[in-house]
Ligand binder design. Structure first.
Ligand code: UD1
Ligand code: CA
Length: 471
């Protein structure tokens, strides 16, 4: 939507503490589908206006919220004391000068979509309203403010008389199902001309933004309500139960989107897939898999049960066997991982490489077709292509203070149970005898053996046993 016709801003209420979550962290930073509640709202808002026209009202633990949202480029307005939603909007008076309209979103109503924001604005403008309230009729309206419309004869109109908060409902009003979503459009002028008329005459002693509906009505300004098409979209998060409910909803939706795009997911209800994860067609995801954060997975991969992939990129045709943990790493086409491997940050696994059972890598590049199949630690290493890393190989990359690198050339064969004491370089095509403790560089195509020579003492064990028996 262009902002040419009239200039509008988006304000997001995000200063509250979220008492009902019983958390030491601000409510809007609690996550669903791997993203803070406020992050979801900001993502929808930035699809409608540039970040410079979005103002988050922050207060409780403002610094933490500001930091979490910094990268989005939105603006912040501080509400030092949290004295209610009306008081929060009072703080935006200066910031909103120069705008004709403001759309108010709630940091704890995270499923709101761009299309709905635009519908509210359109309805608001068509009616020339001073205030437009987005409403819905959930099965259980308990806890929400209720919207009471003006009547024309027997039927209800688009116009609103007042919003009544849960605690102030009379027993007669309890049955009202149409609730206030906490999402509104206002014309900036009448809003601020009347905002100071809100009082704290209510059970919480707070300035309720919802009181402005009746106040604007009295000032002969038009207040209208628009029903949301989908009640789920305007569900709020006030408790941990609602947090889990919305998280489940989003993850379920994500699985459905992926399946529609050609990804097989077995037992999707057991998988955790974050909102921004991408997966290519014909990839198969088995039960109890987690794909988190900024993760991209190619096509025709198989992700077996109990694998967890976080902020990583996997190519096509990658096989993650059971229990593979991949964190901030890259895996190229056709690679084969696990079972039970751990790719720590900065691992870069080449095409068709194998990282097998109980192998841990960190800041390590493994070249095309190289294999480390069993019980190995590779840290700060650069490994060429066609390399075989024998079972139990360990890069000794840490002297207790500093980290050192290991470089292994193409086609090297590292025998089992080798320790490579870094910094160290193994030249191309070299061969390292099993159980070596390699402390010096190995030239290309050489054989390095660095272990004690074997001594066999004939009859020694038998004599020992007899000695013991005689004692
Ligand atoms: C509010 C509405 C209610 C509506 C519901 C929809 C009021 C008085 N009531 O109730 O009609 O049905 O949302 O979800 O507005 N906040 C601030 N500063 C404050 C207080 C709150 O920024 O001083 C923020 C909160 O962080 C939150 C939002 O405003 O993001 C809503 O506050 P909350 O206390 O959750 O209001 P509800 O009781 O849910
Ligand atoms: Ca709320």
């Amino acid at each position: 939507m262009s902002d040419k016709e009239s200039k509008f801003a988006i304000a997001i209420l995000a200063a509250g503490k979220g008492t009902r979550l019983k958390s030491k962290y601000p409510k809007v930073l609690h996550e669903i589908a791997g993203k803070p509640l406020l992050g979801h709202v900001v993502a929808a808002a930035t699809q409608v206006v540039p970040a410079s026209q979005i103002f988050a009202i922050i207060g409780h633990d403002a610094e933490r919220v500001r930091q979490a949202m910094q990268s989005s480029g939105i603006q912040f307005v501080e509400q030092k004391e949290q004295r209610g939603t009306g008081h929060a909007i009072m703080q935006t008076r200066n910031a909103l000068q120069g705008f004709d309209d403001v759309l108010v979103l709630s940091g704890d109503v995270p499923l709101i979509r761009k299309e709905t924001i635009e519908r509210v604005l359109e309805f608001h403008r068509q009616h020339g309203a001073a205030m437009t309230i987005l409403t819905t009729e959930p099965d259980d309206p308990f806890g929400y403010g209720r919207v009471f419309r003006k009547k024309s004869g027997d039927h209800e109109t688009d116009e609103v008389e007042r919003i009544v908060e849960q605690k102030q409902l009379t027993s007669e009003q309890q049955g009202r199902r149409e609730i206030n979503s906490g999402i509104y459009a206002f014309r900036v002028k009448p809003l601020f001309a009347n905002l100071d008329k809100i009082t704290i005459d209510n059970p919480h002693g707070e300035y309720y933004l919802t009181d402005i509906a009746a106040i604007l009505g009295k000032a002969r300004e038009k207040v209208v309500a628009l029903r949301a098409e989908d009640a789920t979209e305007v569900l709020g998060v006030n408790t941990r139960h609602e947090l889990a409910l919305l998280d489940g909803y989003l993850r379920n939706k994500k699985c459905h989107e992926l399946m529609s795009a050609g990804v097989s997911i077995f037992k999707p209800e057991t998988c955790l897939i974050d909102a921004d994860v991408e997966v290519g067609a014909d990839t198969v995801i088995e039960p109890f898999v987690q794909l988190l954060g900024d993760t991209r997975i190619g096509g025709e991969c198989r992700i077996r049960s109990y694998s967890v992939v976080t902020n990583s990129t996997l190519g096509n045709n990658v096989l993650l066997r059971h229990g593979s943990i991949v964190d901030q790493s890259k895996v190229a086409d056709g690679a084969l991982l696990g079972p039970y491997c751990h790719l720590r940050p900065g691992s870069d696994i080449g095409e068709a490489a194998h990282i097998g059972n109980f192998v841990e890598t960190k800041k390590t590049k493994v070249g095309k077709g190289s294999k480390a199949n069993h019980l190995t630690y590779l840290g700060d290493a650069e490994i060429g292509s066609g390399v075989n890393i024998g079972a139990g190989t360990i890069t000794c990359n840490y002297d207790g203070v500093n980290k050192f690198g290991t470089v292994i050339g193409d086609n090297v064969f590292v025998g089992s149970d080798t320790t490579l004491v870094a910094p160290i370089k193994i030249g191309k095509g070299a061969y390292i005898g099993a159980a070596s403790c390699v402390t010096e560089n190995v030239p290309e195509d050489a054989l390095a053996v660095a272990r004690g020579r074997q001594v066999n003492k004939e009859g020694w064990a038998k004599r020992k046993r007899e000695e013991r028996k005689n004692k």
